[in-house]
Ligand binder design. Structure first.
Ligand SMILES: [Zn+2]
Ligand SMILES: [Zn+2]
Length: 526
């Protein structure tokens, strides 16, 4: 990555991994208003421990500096204290409203300290798996990561094989910064500031251990009750007869579920949200899976704030085995993102059609991520919207204006196919805007508008529970990574994880439709 000022001048700040709209706008502000100097000053004066507190949402550098100078806040513990005991409110310019906002921001920040994003956890987990796999006979992620929960606490990994050798290799991995514990069958390490736990179990106990350590706790409690009713005892070592103590199952997960008279329950469903009853009644959904995904329906190019050009995206789409990839750059209201006006969009459509005729990669859908204005109108003229194959409409600003009304208005537009990141939440940094989701779902169902499962690790919006509700109300879901560079397209897997946790089947997810069927469906609304 080049120098940050250069990227700023090229309007490409968001190409830096980890830099979102918010930070990009701050950096832009620094460059334009010259306050970066002030920031540097602050940096020199402020201890490292305090710097991290700049990441607390709603706590600006000014307030932090005041808290440091007047209240002696030097670290996270101090900040928690002055928020809790109310002394923060004594700072000049601090009203109860502002303190409340900071208290909320601190809560969000603390959640992020304890847990990590699913996307982050997967990358760490798979690094470990890749390193240890050659030494093991079986290895798997477990815990909430295997269940594809949107955030993950500690990372659990399970393996079978030669115990001493595997444990030794685990604690000796090049990324290990600290060994927290090391025994004969398990060990815990820190890597990338995260705790990873490994257990090596006996071959015959693989299934029961994997089932046990995958959880969830609620799912396992319910399973134990069912086992008890059948005179069985279930734990991490196997399934046993209560009467004789005989071991009846445990080598595979399938075996564990089968002996309880249950169909195999995929990990993403194991939350005790009705999956056990469904498994008893043979009513488990036929979940969508990654191999069925034929394209990505939300991708930015270098025409707005992405980094890849259209050809690169078409090629990468083909490499990923996609039939299609929707180019959905920002519209003109997103000035900071270099959003497209009608004229540039028209040029882009031409460019996309031209690339498609040359067949350099997968088919590119000419699309847009059009802003929904505070009054519910769309940011681009109808005349151009109707030229597009795929229109995502999103709320990006004026969060105090009723989002429900705005989104409902967008659903009623014949040109809008999908509502992007419908609740606007950003995990660990922004709560959803107030939204009457029921009303939105009703309107989406009535108008034939899809809702997005934004697959970017920071968003995962709709969430699993919301997406499940959408399905139940007859709304189709569209997966989009919201990628701003090629290195983010893999996150579609996270979206598939959410979809599976939402009990979605292939027909519920537009990305499983072949190109022609998808286009036929989008034309139907018009
Ligand atoms: Zn967006
Ligand atoms: Zn986007």
């Amino acid at each position: 990555p080049g120098n940050i000022e250069e990227l700023y001048h090229q309007n490409r700040l968001r190409s830096i991994p980890g830099i979102g709209e918010k930070i990009a706008s701050k950096i832009q502000q620094y460059f334009e208003e010259g306050t970066i100097k002030k920031y540097e000053e602050l940096r020199r004066e402020i201890p490292e421990e305090l710097m991290i507190l700049l990441e607390v949402p709603n706590l600006g550098p000014k307030t932090l500096r005041l808290a440091y100078e007047a209240l002696g806040v030097r670290n996270l513990e101090d900040l928690k204290r002055v928020v809790r005991d109310g002394t923060l409110a004594t700072l000049p310019g601090m009203g109860p409203k502002k303190v409340e906002k900071i208290r909320k921001g601190l809560e969000i920040f603390l959640r992020g300290q304890e847990r990590m994003l699913l996307g982050e956890a997967i990358q760490i987990g798979e690094k470990v798996l890749g390193h240890l796999a050659p030494l093991t006979s079986r290895i798997s992620l477990a815990g909430s990561l295997r269940r594809m929960k949107e955030t993950v606490g500690d990372l659990d990994i399970l393996a079978t094989g030669e115990k001493g050798k595997i444990i030794q290799a685990f604690v000796g991995m090049p990324w290990v910064t600290e060994v927290l514990a090391k025994g004969d069958t398990k060990a815990s390490i820190l890597m990338e500031d995260r705790q990873v736990d490994l257990r090596v179990v006996d071959e015959g106990e693989w299934g029961s251990a994997l089932q046990y350590f995958t959880g969830s706790k609620e799912h396992n409690v319910h399973l134990r009750e069912i086992a008890k009713e059948s005179g069985l005892k279930i734990n991490e070592y196997g399934v046993f007869s209560t009467k004789t103590g005989e071991r009846l199952a445990g080598a595979t997960e399938e075996e564990v579920y089968a002996i309880l008279d249950l169909a195999y329950i995929p990990p993403e469903l194991r939350e005790d949200r009705g999956e056990i009853e469904a498994a008893q009644g043979g009513r488990l959904p036929d979940l969508v899976n990654h191999d069925q995904i034929k394209g990505d329906l939300h991708v930015h190019s270098n025409w707005s704030d992405g980094t890849a050009d259209l050809e690169e995206l078409a090629r990468e789409g083909a490499r990923l085995g996609y039939q299609y990839l929707a180019i959905t750059d920002h519209s003109k209201a997103m000035k900071i993102a270099h959003g497209l006006d009608e004229k540039r969009l028209e040029e882009q459509i031409k460019a996309i059609r031209e690339i498609n005729t040359r067949k350099v990669g997968c088919h590119l859908l000419a699309g847009i991520e059009v802003d929904i204005h505070p009054d519910g109108s769309l940011d681009l003229d109808e005349a151009i919207l109707k030229e597009l194959d795929w229109v995502v409409a999103s709320v990006h600003s004026h969060f105090t204006q009723d989002a429900t009304e705005r989104i409902i208005a967008a659903c009623h537009s014949p040109w809008v196919h999908c509502i992007g990141h419908p609740t606007g939440r950003i995990i660990f940094s922004r709560d959803p805007y107030p939204l009457d989701l029921d009303q939105v779902l009703e309107t989406a169902a009535a108008t034939g508008t899809a809702l997005e499962i934004n697959a970017h690790q920071d968003r995962l919006d709709l969430s699993d529970l919301h997406a499940r509700k959408a399905k139940e109300m007859g709304v189709k879901l569209a997966l989009g990574t919201d990628s701003h560079h090629l290195g983010q397209l893999w996150m579609i897997r996270l979206g598939v994880g959410v979809a599976r946790r939402a009990w979605l089947e292939p027909s519920d997810v537009l990305n499983t439709y072949p190109l022609e069927e998808l286009l036929a469906l989008t034309r139907k609304k018009r």
